[in-house]
Design a protein around this ligand. Structure first.
Ligand SMILES: CC(=O)N[C@H]1[C@@H](OP(=O)(O)OP(=O)(O)OC[C@H]2O[C@@H](n3ccc(=O)[nH]c3=O)[C@H](O)[C@@H]2O)O[C@H](CO)[C@@H](O)[C@@H]1O
Ligand SMILES: C=C(OP(=O)(O)O)C(=O)O
Length: 440
């Protein structure tokens, strides 16, 4: 099994360039299914395992897709089936984002249930409620969701989301682009990734207004065509590197980070005493004084992101004082706490809150990443710990960080990645090969 090994105690300094956002590129690749004419060219597509999986999902639908460098080209004139490969959908939850585009293009889709994961049960009821309101019949059975449009085409509808779900907003928005009439999504998610998706859809010829606010209005059009789009920088990757600077008492320039997208993270870091300066190309993060702990509550955007909760907790362990972390988005997103405790972390979980004691002398240990951000947080804690930390479960980290170990090493971390012997490889660690153009 792959491992990351960190010897803590080095201050980081230098520049790190942020990649394109995982959570923006995944729905955008799903949306490329909507392009009945021409080709989509998606720039700044980060080479992550999740991106390779969604590319393979499209390939399993018979769609032409090519991934070279950090550019993806999609030709979706022909779609061979409305049922993406089961094993790919099970592998990655975001695969369910092809449901909206398939319903819009083909009038039907059959997709295996995406299932829960380590951080919570993650239902999809709001996605399905939206499709039903737009005229789809939904049947659940044998682990599959089968949706069929009544009549020839989805129709516009007014849909109030009970929770401001990112995925449901995206799926419904994509389906609505080709529906007859107007769709209004109320209590829509406002994340920057929603705005990026709307910009791509509009470049394809869609009419989406209000993305980034709680009310999104989509006028259906008859046809969409491929478009050229550059994905926004990854705010969670940027935030993770900001904390890498802070936790090592270092000095990093995070190139490409957009301050606006990171407002709650910047605000909390400044409250702790971290110096954060923004210019037109990125964020400069450094530590000039002792850090003090803060309280953090995760909320939908523009609140503090749940995807930064575990990394923030790592920093709170070494700051002065006690802080409370409250997780309101996912019911089971404290799996990193047990691993932090292995590293001498002093944390008590009480329901949805964790009381984090500061001034902890973190110690290297053998720990395991239970999910993507838990893994990133363990790497951060290890950078500040005395001695060696060995982190397993690295395939989770590969879902969302491009060359995490190499990038941290380049700015001074003592970090290495150890790959398994061939006969020791696990299914989860198997490489996903680059996608070749299926029209070549
Ligand atoms: C690929 C991607 O973009 N993933 C992000 C996306 O996940 P994802 O889109 O899955 O997250 P959602 O915003 O949908 O989930 C937020 C909350 O709503 C609940 N819910 C969601 C849908 C639904 O139909 N019913 C329901 O009850 C979920 O269980 C959760 O408690 O947003 C999350 C919240 O910012 C982030 O942590 C993920 O990194
Ligand atoms: C939870 C995350 O992603 P996903 O929704 O793809 O599981 C994440 O990016 O932290």
């Amino acid at each position: 099994m792959s491992k990351i090994i960190v010897r803590g105690g080095r201050k980081l300094s230098g520049r790190i360039r942020v990649s394109g956002a995982k959570n923006a590129v995944l729905p955008i690749i799903a949306a490329s299914i909507l392009g009945e004419e021409g080709e989509s060219v998606i720039h700044e597509a980060p080479p992550l395992d999740d991106v390779l999986v969604i590319n393979k999902v499209l390939q399993s639908l018979g769609i032409g897709i090519e991934y070279q460098g950090e550019t993806i080209r999609v030709k979706a004139q022909h779609i061979g089936t409305c049922e993406p490969a089961y094993d790919l959908v099970r592998k990655m939850r975001a695969s369910f984002l092809v449901m909206g585009p398939l319903l819009a293009r083909l009038g039907q889709a059959r997709i295996s249930l995406p299932g829960g994961c380590a951080i919570g049960t993650r239902p999809i009821d709001q996605h399905l409620k939206g499709f039903e309101a737009m005229g789809a019949d939904i049947e659940l059975g044998q682990g599959y969701i089968e949706a069929k449009v009544r009549g020839t085409r989805l129709h516009g509808a007014k849909i109030y989301l009970d929770v401001a779900s990112v995925g449901a907003t995206e799926n419904i928005m994509m389906a609505a682009t080709l529906a007859e009439g107007t769709t209004i999504i109320e209590n829509a998610a406002k994340e920057p990734e929603i705005v990026d998706l709307a910009n791509y859809l509009n470049a394809m010829g869609a009419m989406v207004r209000g993305a980034g606010t709680g009310i999104i209005r989509i006028e259906g059009v008859d046809k969409l065509r491929g478009a050229v789009h550059t994905v926004i920088p990854d705010r969670i990757e940027a935030g993770t590197y900001m904390i890498a600077a802070a936790i090592t008492g270092g000095d990093l320039y995070i190139e490409g980070a957009i301050g606006d997208h990171l407002a709650p993270v910047i605000s909390k870091l400044q409250e702790m005493g971290v110096t954060v300066e923004e210019d037109e190309n990125g964020l400069h993060v450094r530590v000039e004084r002792p850090l003090r702990s803060v309280d953090v509550k995760t909320l939908p955007y523009p609140g503090f992101p749940t995807d930064m909760q575990s990394q923030m907790m790592a920093l709170m362990m070494v700051a002065d004082g006690t802080g409370i972390v409250t997780e309101t988005i996912f019911e089971n997103r404290f799996m990193h706490v047990e691993e932090f405790i292995q590293m001498n972390g002093q944390i008590k979980v009480e329901g949805r809150s964790a009381v984090v004691s500061g001034n902890t002398a973190l110690k290297g240990a053998k720990v395991c990443a239970s999910d993507l951000r838990a893994g990133a947080a363990l790497v951060l804690a290890a950078l500040a710990a005395e001695g060696d930390t060995e982190i397993t479960g690295v395939h989770h980290i590969d879902r969302g960080y491009v060359d995490l170990a190499a990038r941290l090493r380049a700015v001074g971390a003592d970090i290495s990645r150890v790959e398994p012997e061939e006969d020791e490889e696990e299914a989860a660690d198997l490489p996903l090969f680059s996608i070749q153009p299926s029209w070549a």
